[in-house]
Each structure stands twice: as C-alpha cells, then as structure tokens.
Design a protein around this ligand. Structure first.
Ligand SMILES: Nc1ncnc2c1ncn2[C@@H]1O[C@H](COP(=O)(O)OP(=O)(O)O)[C@@H](O)[C@H]1O
Ligand SMILES: [Mg+2]
Length: 368
C-alpha cells in the first residue's frame, strides 16, 4: 500500500483559474518525492491540498489507505515546512520544537529526549535556549525542520524550504536534508523549481507543467529518457540543444538531415524512426553528448563563439543555423573563440521527439 495516493485531484480557484488541473500520484513508504516545475505550475496548490489547507475541487486523497480528503489539517498526521520559516518568534528553539509534542501530551522526559535528538540531527542541539531572532536564516529553517520532524509525521511536506537561503548554504542544506532523510526514512514530498536541487535529492521526480504532471521518474529516467521536449529542456544545465531534422530512409539506411549536417543511424537499432520517413523529427542533444572530434571524422565544423570555464569542465558555445548550441567539454581540451572545431554527436545518447506532439519517440533499443 502506498503511503499517499492522489487520485485525480484538481483545484479550481475561479471560473478560469485552475491551480491544479489533474494530478494522479502514488508515494511509497519512505520515499523522497520532489515536485518540480516552473513558477505557477501548481506545486504549492498540490501541497496545500495534501495538507488540508486547501479544499480539493475534485478527487480523493488517501493517506495510508484512509480517505483524508475532508479531514482537517491537524488530524492528518502530516508535518510541513515552508519557504518562510514560520517559527514562533516569542518561543525559544526548545519550545518551538516541543510545542506539538506537548499538545500530544507526550510525557515530559520523552519530550526532552525527542527535542534533543531532533535538534542534534539538524545541528541546532546547542541553540535550544535561543530565541528565533538570535538565529541566522539558515538556523531558523533548521528549527522549522526540527519542529516538523519531531512529531514523526506519516508524511513530511516541504515547500521550497531552501529558497530563502544563499546559494552556498542551499547546496549544503540539500546534502544535509538528504542525509536526514536517509536517517529518519520519513516519507517526504519536497517542492522546488530548481532542477539541480530536484535531481540531487529525489528518489523520484514529479515534473509538472500548467497544473498537470508531465513525467514521473527517477533522476536518471527524467534525464536520459525525457518524456517530451519540455522535460528535456527543463532538466539539466546547460539545457538540451534541439535540432529539427528531416528523416529519410534510403536503401534501408536512416538519414537525419539538418541544414548543417546529416546523421546516418543504424536502421535496426533505430527502427522506430522509420515511421517518420519524409517527416520532421526533433533531436535533443545534451551538452555532454556533442563532442569535439578531429575535423576528418566530424559531422560538421563550426566556429567557437564563447568559452565559459567552470573548473571541473568548460561550456563551449557555437552558433548553428542562428541558434546557440552549448556543449560541455573537458578542461584539458584547449579551445578559444573563433577556433574552427570538428563536431560530432554521441548518437547512442540522443533523444528523438515527434515534431507535432513534442513527445519522445520510444526506441525499443532503450529497453535492452
Ligand atoms: N489563492 C489563489 N487564488 C487564485 N489563484 C491562485 C491561488 N493560489 C494559486 N493560484 C494560481 O494557481 C496557479 C498555481 O499556483 P501555485 O500552486 O502557487 O504554483 P507554484 O507553487 O508551482 O508556483 C497559479 O496560476 C496561481 O496564480
Ligand atoms: Mg509555490
């Protein structure tokens, strides 16, 4: 039995405003699920419906098999942490964490032990006597996390909890949160609009757009088997590069023609592409799947536009047919603006999309 089931839930705010159009999702016990999508796609609305802060317009929510759709927030057994820390300013850190435990009439010595254990886990065990005003933003968010985790909820919801922290602290906190999850195994749903945060933390990512789910999958699945052009462009930095090519099948060979290059692919390995004979296909190429090669073996040559060193790698950009293409290159390769370089694709890793539906063309070879 899944811990949480969302069955066809939707939220309509007014006649033409839908917060969520349709969501179906099963969250397994101990899972760390990330809802990812651009601003306004319905992530917060989804979380608020799960928490009971927003009534559903349609659909059913099951928690541990029990219908909680119309149950008040406080009786759901769910804890939440939001972007703004929302801890009580007049209470000490200890009192903030202990508050819900007292409401549950937990014996005093157990409360003490639980507060200390949870506070230690989020590294504020030495700050219990302080007031929130005497803490940094990052420390306040740790208090909010401890307060939510201390009750050992059936489900732990976090809506952009790291968004108010500076970039460096965010990256530290995501690692810590993941480690905390490995320790507590609390079934969690985490919201972010930051794809890198989602990739690094999630067991499974739920990618949303316009109030609907566009793909659910592990970080590897959404990266290597993006369901459509939107996902391929949203996941990964720099994002995928897209090329429209014409597919032709000649003498049993498949050739994909772009104004600047022609790719020939194996007709058996890529047999699904044969159905696109004389039609357009959109190729999605990740920046690491475009390669600098000797000019003799190149699919095409281009002039380097800019080189962006990143230390561990460099991003090399060139223009193809008026569009900027970005590739990731090892720092050992010496390239400079205006150099003419030979380029090729890692064909095995390319994504192919139907130019009408923008959906992935599934290739049988991928299931091998
Ligand atoms: N209380 C509300 N009243 C009317 N519209 C709302 C309300 N809350 C959210 N919306 C709208 O619903 C959509 C989804 O919002 P939200 O769930 O906050 O998105 P996200 O968290 O992904 O940025 C947006 O178009 C937003 O303007
Ligand atoms: Mg939001």
């Amino acid at each position: 039995m899944a811990t949480l089931e969302l069955i066809d839930i939707a939220k309509r705010f007014s006649k033409n405003v839908w917060g969520v159009k349709k969501m179906d999702l099963e969250v397994e016990e101990k899972e760390f699920i990330v809802l990812l999508g651009p601003s306004g796609c319905g992530k917060t609305t989804t979380m608020r419906m799960i928490a009971g802060l927003e009534e559903v317009t349609r659909g059913t929510i099951l928690l541990e098999g029990k219908d909680i759709t119309d149950i008040p927030t406080r009786d759901r057994g769910i804890s939440m942490v939001f972007q703004n820390y929302a801890i009580w300013p007049h209470m000490s850190v200890y009192e903030n964490i202990a508050f819900s435990l007292k409401l549950r009439r937990m014996p005093g010595n157990e409360i003490k032990a639980r507060v200390q254990k949870t506070a230690d886990m989020v590294k504020i065990g030495n700050l219990l006597k302080r007031l929130p005003g005497q803490l940094s933003g990052g420390q306040q968010q740790r208090v909010a996390l401890a307060r939510a985790l201390a009750v050992e909820p059936k489900l732990f919801l976090m809506d952009e909890p790291l968004s108010n922290l500076d970039a460096k602290l965010r990256v530290i906190m995501r690692t810590e949160l993941k480690a905390i999850h490995q320790q507590t195994q609390a079934t969690s749903i985490f919201v972010t609009h930051d794809q890198s945060e989602a990739m690094s933390m999630a067991d499974r990512i739920v990618i949303m757009k316009d109030g609907k789910i566009v793909q659910i999958g592990t970080p590897d699945e959404v990266y290597f088997k993006s369901a459509n052009i939107f996902v391929a462009g949203f996941i990964g930095t720099p994002p995928s590069n897209f090329f429209t090519v014409k597919c032709s099948v000649e003498n049993g060979g498949i050739s994909l023609q772009h104004p600047n290059f022609t790719l020939t692919v194996d007709p058996h390995e890529f047999k699904e592409l044969q159905e696109y004979r004389n039609k357009d296909i959109i190729i999605g190429a990740r920046p690491e799947d475009i390669l600098i090669v000797p000019k003799e073996s190149a699919a095409f040559t281009e002039k380097v536009l800019v080189v962006e060193p990143q230390g561990s790698h460099q991003v090399v950009a060139f223009k193809l047919n008026e569009r900027i293409v970005k590739m990731i290159v090892s720092p050992e390769i010496k390239v400079r603006p205006n150099d003419t370089i030979g380029l090729a694709f890692n064909v095995q890793r390319l994504h192919f999309f139907d130019s009408n539906t923008e959906k992935r063309i599934p290739l049988g070879r991928e299931e091998l």
